[in-house]
Design a protein around this ligand. Structure first.
Ligand SMILES: [Fe+2]
Length: 440
């Protein structure tokens, strides 16, 4: 909405006096070239988002546009407000504030996606823990050991340094999703840690994980404004890349106990996936993301076989390029694979036509052993990590970022997003090096 009246409420005098909003975050669930969803927890009067292509600083009245909330809910008592901003210019930096009569947020910025094919970067990972309660006991005379919470915050701060266009978060946000304080901790950490020093924030595209099951299907809809069953697509750069966000939990026993009708939702999702993949042949790249790996690389995890039976043939038939998963808390990348009943564990390598399966979580959550390896496993390891993907017109460059040394990594500056910062530690796959290319 274009502002047409002079601001009469003098907010500046009380700016920063206390926060009347918190848990600020960005989400993409619509056209990333022309929309952005800004979300927050409302603690006082109704706030608005003020935004502009120039930088007016922290004076709301100087911004050329504002938007009220477009949806709100009180799920878990978090008084969540979403403002879906539309009709933005593609490939453009916007400055914005969240302000009400009592407070003005930090001056943030975001960037919309290009409307046409253009190189960009994104981060894919997941599995955090939002509580400090499991902090390991220190040994006398030695520095205190870090907890999953500390490691998660390091991964968050790496986002701020790498400046991706967006983050694919493959689920399992908090240890106890039915406890509101865990979400408050998670969102405020995300807000603080992933924001670059110049105020740039990065939109999340979220997946439903098993740790989001205690509240049925209500968390992501009410905290990230996703569709109710949490499967949808987000398209980048016109016909460059389509991301399929899928929900492996629709077949979980945990959800079935709460929602006996969940099996119908699984079937509806598979039907939708087939139809949508069939109509996605014009995209240069097709990418999927979901929580539970079809073939976990740790012996501690098992995924219902129906995920393999229903999805793997569709991925092969409609040429899915990359698949991102989480859950296990470790690192794996496979060779390009197609399903084959005679192959090892139902897959065989096919460098020309196969899908590369990339995962498996550990955005802070304690790494598990990578002890379920196959002949078609290309790279594996047990450490805190996420994937940094450089998307070029003819290739993906895939790097596994070890996030534990975040403090030694320099920050990229604006305009350097397709570079690698000094000090970054990338996993070195024997025989392959630190960069895996697709096509393979
Ligand atoms: Fe999980």
């Amino acid at each position: 909405m274009k502002k047409s009246i002079v601001f009469t409420v003098m907010m500046v005098g009380v700016a920063g006096s206390h926060a009347a909003t918190d848990m600020h975050r960005l989400i993409w669930n619509d056209d990333p070239a022309t929309t952005m969803t800004v979300a927050w927890r409302q603690l006082g009067d109704e706030a608005k988002v003020y935004y502009d292509v120039v930088d007016p600083g922290r004076e709301p009245a100087s911004y050329g546009n504002f938007k009220c909330y477009t949806r709100k809910n009180d799920h878990l008592g978090l008084n969540t407000h979403f403002s879906r901003i539309t009709m933005l210019q593609p490939d453009t930096k916007y400055y914005f504030l969240i302000a009400d009569g009592d407070s003005v947020s930090r001056r943030y910025s975001f960037k919309t996606a290009p409307a046409k094919r253009k190189d960009f970067t994104f981060i894919a990972g997941g599995d955090t823990k939002s509580s400090d309660q499991r902090k390991k006991k220190g040994v006398e005379g030695e520095p205190p050991q870090k907890s999953a919470y500390d490691y998660g915050r390091m991964s968050n701060r790496m986002v701020a340094k790498l400046r991706p266009l967006f983050v694919l978060f493959v689920g399992d946000f908090t240890s106890n999703s039915d406890k509101a304080d865990r979400w408050v901790e998670w969102f405020n950490d995300w807000n603080e840690d992933t924001c670059s020093t110049d105020g740039r924030m990065y939109p999340i595209i979220p997946v439903h994980g098993n740790h989001e099951n205690p509240n049925g299907l209500t968390d992501l809809k009410n905290l990230f404004d996703t569709p109710e069953s949490v499967y949808y697509t987000v398209d980048f750069c016109d016909d460059f890349m389509r991301v399929f966000i899928l929900n492996t939990e629709l077949i979980s026993g945990q959800l079935k106990k709460k929602m006996p009708e969940i099996g119908q939702k699984w079937d509806a999702q598979t039907k939708w996936l087939e139809e949508t993949l069939k109509n996605s042949g014009n995209f240069k790249y097709r990418v999927a993301m979901y929580h539970k790996p079809i073939r976990p690389h740790t012996k501690r995890k098992h995924t219902p076989e129906q995920v393999y039976r229903d999805w793997a043939p569709l991925f092969a038939e409609y040429k899915l390029n990359l698949s991102f998963d989480g859950d296990s808390h470790m690192h794996k990348i496979t060779y390009p694979l197609v399903p084959d009943p005679l192959g090892e564990d139902g897959f065989r390598r096919d460098d020309k036509h196969g899908t590369m399966y990339i995962g498996e979580g550990s955005w802070g959550a304690s790494p598990r052993a990578a002890d379920a390896l196959r002949g078609w496993t290309l790279s594996h390891g047990s450490f805190n990590q996420f994937k940094l993907i450089h998307v070029h017109r003819k290739k993906f460059l895939i790097r596994t970022v070890i996030t534990d040394n975040e403090a030694e990594v320099e920050s990229l500056k604006e305009g350097q997003e397709l570079k690698l910062p000094k000090g970054i530690q990338l996993f070195d796959t024997p025989g392959m090096g630190t960069t895996i290319r697709y096509p393979f």
